[in-house]
Every structure is written in C-alpha cells, then in structure tokens.
Ligand binder design. Structure first.
Ligand SMILES: Nc1nc2c(ncn2[C@@H]2O[C@H](COP(=O)(O)OP(=O)(O)OP(=O)(O)O)[C@@H](O)[C@H]2O)c(=O)[nH]1
Ligand SMILES: [Mg+2]
Length: 254
C-alpha cells in the first residue's frame, strides 16, 4: 500500500508486456511485495496483446492500487512500450523489468537504492544476470553480441540485455529513441555524460508464454543498431558540468 496516497511515488516500476497472460499476475504481486512500505507505482504497458494480459491486469488493479495499466492500440515493440511507461511514470526513479517473470522483483529495490545513493551523474544501475536461465543457443548468441558491442562501444556493460535496470527518468528521456534502444541504454547514458554501474541479479527460467525474439533475428538487429549507436557516439559532444552563472555580490569584481 502507498504510505501516503496523496504524495507522488518515489519509484516507478515499469514492465513491457506482450502476450504474457501466464506471467503478469504473479509478477505484479511480486513487485508489490518487494516494494511494500515504499511509495511506488507500477506501470504495465500492454503492446496490443491478443491474449488475456490486459483483462487480468485491469482486474488485479482493483486489488493493487499501485498498479496502472497502459495499452498500445498497435504493437510497437519492447522499447516503445518502455518509453510509453517512462513518459507516464510519476517518479524520478524508474526500475524496468521484463514482463515474463524472468527478472526477480526482489532485486529491484536494491538497484533503485544504489541509484538514489549515487551522485546525480549516476544515470543507470543495470542488473547483471549471474546465472542465465536460458537455452545454450541463446546464451551463445548473447555472449557473441555482448562481446562485439562492448569492444566497439566501450560501454562497460557485461550484460546489456538484462531486462532489469534502474535509471533516472529525466536521463532516459534525454536519450535518442529508436526501436530496440533498450539494448543500448548503458552506451546511450554514457554518451549523454552519465555514469553507469552494474550489480549482480537473479535470473529465472521462463515459466509461461513464448519468447518474442529468435536468436538470429535478435543478433541481426543488434548488429544493425550497433552501427547506428556508433554513428551517434561519433556525433556526440558533451559540455561537462552546466552551472547557472550568477552575478557577483555588489562591490566584488567588475
Ligand atoms: N511491449 C512489448 N513487449 C515485448 C515485445 N516483445 C517482447 N516484449 C517483452 O519484452 C520482454 C522480453 O522479451 P522475451 O521474449 O522474454 O525475451 P527473452 O527473455 O530474451 O526471451 P525468453 O528467454 O524466451 O523469455 C518480455 O516482457 C516481453 O513480454 C513487444 O513487441 N512489445
Ligand atoms: Mg524472457
């Protein structure tokens, strides 16, 4: 429950969902349990699912007042769903996680706390899945893509594909948007002048529903986007710290 239902939340937990009817109810309950005692909200963004995902969530929102359900009229992809959620989020700190239950909500408050305890320049705290609960093929494709990306972008991320990340809402909204941007959040944050940090997190096998990506499809688009992010980096310029210039007190200076 919200500690004070009139005050805005401190943390917005966001989950993109596309045909995840088997997972959303227990995921929403787990998020609510993980954030008990904090001022939080959770936003599930349904990306035009054809199953019962939305009906289940809206029914559950009667029981969980922190739950907000947004719906796309057309399927627009995981990154767009995350952006929809961040735009609607009311808290300055956002934690995103996959809607299929593979990320463990119990890790989410810790990532948010690390972000809040950091300097204002810390833009993102990403999860790093210590033990991947995925097929050998997916782990191999992921290791290959991660290695190439890290070498070319130098984004410090060992596991950029981990769906669990905490970030500053204003920092996220300053990033350029493109489909599948969610794989490049650490690189884009660094490009914008922010620092990034990582923490080990739990990972669980997918229990219900179907994977939304194929290994080959994901690898292909990741390499295509990599070229785009390299171009963005080549065209980046950052001003360092920006301060408001004040007039000197009377009698001092010219
Ligand atoms: N909104 C939206 N979410 C999507 C779309 N595709 C995938 N997702 C969500 O993004 C998250 C990650 O997708 P997954 O299919 O779980 O990808 P994965 O974890 O690499 O694959 P699995 O191990 O098979 O689960 C899940 O919450 C999906 O529901 C999409 O087109 N739109
Ligand atoms: Mg998954």
């Amino acid at each position: 429950m919200l500690a004070d239902s009139t005050a805005p939340p401190e943390i917005s937990v966001v989950a993109p969902v596309f045909n995840e009817a088997g997972a959303v109810e227990s995921l929403a309950r787990e998020i609510a349990a993980a954030f008990t005692g904090r001022r939080f909200e959770m936003l599930f963004v349904d990306d035009a699912s054809s199953d019962d995902t939305v009906a289940l969530l809206t029914t559950l929102s009667r029981e969980l007042p922190e739950l907000r359900v947004l719906r796309h009229a057309r399927n627009a992809g995981q990154s767009r769903a995350i952006r929809t959620a961040v735009l609607a989020a009311r808290a300055p700190i956002v934690v995103m996680l996959d809607g299929d239950g593979q990320n463990d909500p119990a890790d989410a408050p810790r990532l948010a706390d690390t972000l809040r305890a950091g300097s204002p320049r810390l833009g993102l705290v990403g999860g790093e899945r210590r033990v991947r609960r995925d097929s050998a093929g997916k782990r191999l494709a992921s290791r290959l893509a991660n290695g190439i990306r890290r070498r070319l972008l130098n984004d410090k991320a060992i596991d950029t594909g981990c769906g669990l990340k905490a970030f500053r809402r204003d920092a996220f909204l300053a990033l350029p948007y493109f489909d599948h941007l969610h794989r490049y959040l650490p690189a884009l944050m660094i490009r914008e002048g922010y620092e990034v940090a990582f923490e080990p997190v739990n990972h669980r096998p997918r229990q219900t529903g179907r994977s939304k990506y194929t290994n080959l499809g994901r690898l292909g688009v990741a390499l295509f986007d990599l070229a785009g992010v390299m171009w963005l980096n080549a065209r980046a310029r950052t001003p360092g710290e920006v301060r408001e210039a004040a007039l000197p007190p009377p009698g001092e200076g010219a």
